[in-house]
Design a protein around this ligand. Structure first.
Ligand SMILES: Nc1ncnc2c1ncn2[C@@H]1O[C@H](COP(=O)(O)OP(=O)(O)OP(=O)(O)O)[C@@H](O)[C@H]1O
Length: 222
């Protein structure tokens, strides 16, 4: 589903050039659960941003469903980002002034063809999947870290993405809550066949996924 060929990413500031990704060749197949590990600064988040079409590579070819991403117009790319990809971040990125239900519905507001009733139904179904049906009227500040991450996962699921890109989804959680979130992601993957790419610093969690990719200094080393 995603094919990276000789992908490079160079960040250039006034004083320094950083090669964040150095000729990365990688395929993510439909239905896989892949984890990415490596020391701080080795390019993991950059890799996820490029896979998620949030950032452009400096070189190489990125293909999505067999078509080079470069050949898509900006409008098509925005559409793909919104329709195909769900993001989950370490720090949840929830909106504090919105209820749990409204947070989950929010990305669907930007979807053509999804009316208010369907938005609500999808949001409820997604919250049900993550076990938070009883918390729909709560606000993020009234939830534990693990529950906040569940809301963020429900928000990604409500969009019915083909791929979930998760950047250290358990990074802010203690080990018990981290394990709960990991079990949730594993369950979603097994049950719905969702493709997941997850960056993690936790070796035990990474071992539970189907494939573990290790990065060092912008390159894949295993
Ligand atoms: N916007 C940017 N401008 C300049 N340099 C950047 C930028 N984003 C990342 N970098 C640099 O690119 C390299 C890779 O960063 P990246 O965030 O992808 O690493 P990471 O493996 O995700 O790190 P961590 O585990 O600490 O989150 C680092 O050296 C970083 O300083």
């Amino acid at each position: 589903m995603l094919q990276l060929t000789d992908i490079e990413k160079v960040y250039q500031t006034k004083t320094i050039e950083t090669v964040a990704l150095n000729r990365v060749n990688l395929t993510i197949n439909k239905g896989e659960f892949v984890s990415v590990m490596g020391p701080s600064g080795c390019g993991k988040s950059t890799l996820l941003s490029i896979m998620g079409l949030l950032d452009e590579p400096s070189g190489g070819i990125l293909e999505l469903d067999g078509r080079p991403v470069k050949s898509y117009s900006d409008k098509e790319l925005a559409h793909l980002r919104n329709q195909k990809i769900g993001f989950v971040f370490q720090s949840y990125h929830l909106i504090n002034d919105l209820s749990v239900l409204d947070n989950v519905e929010l990305p669907l507001l930007y979807r053509a063809g999804v009316g208010g009733k369907e938005r609500r139904q999808r949001a409820h179904a997604a919250l049900d999947k993550v076990g938070l049906s009883a918390r729909t009227t709560h606000f993020p500040s009234q939830l534990s870290g693990g529950q906040r991450q569940r809301v963020a996962i429900a928000r990604a699921l409500a969009g019915r993405p083909e791929i979930i890109l998760a950047d250290e989804p358990t990074g802010n959680l203690d080990s018990v809550m981290g394990e709960e979130i990991m079990d949730l992601l594993l369950g979603l993957h097994r049950h719905d066949g969702t493709t997941i790419v997850m960056v993690t610093h936790d070796e035990q969690q990474a071992q539970k996924t189907e494939r573990l990719i290790r990065f060092f200094d912008g390159s894949q080393v295993a």
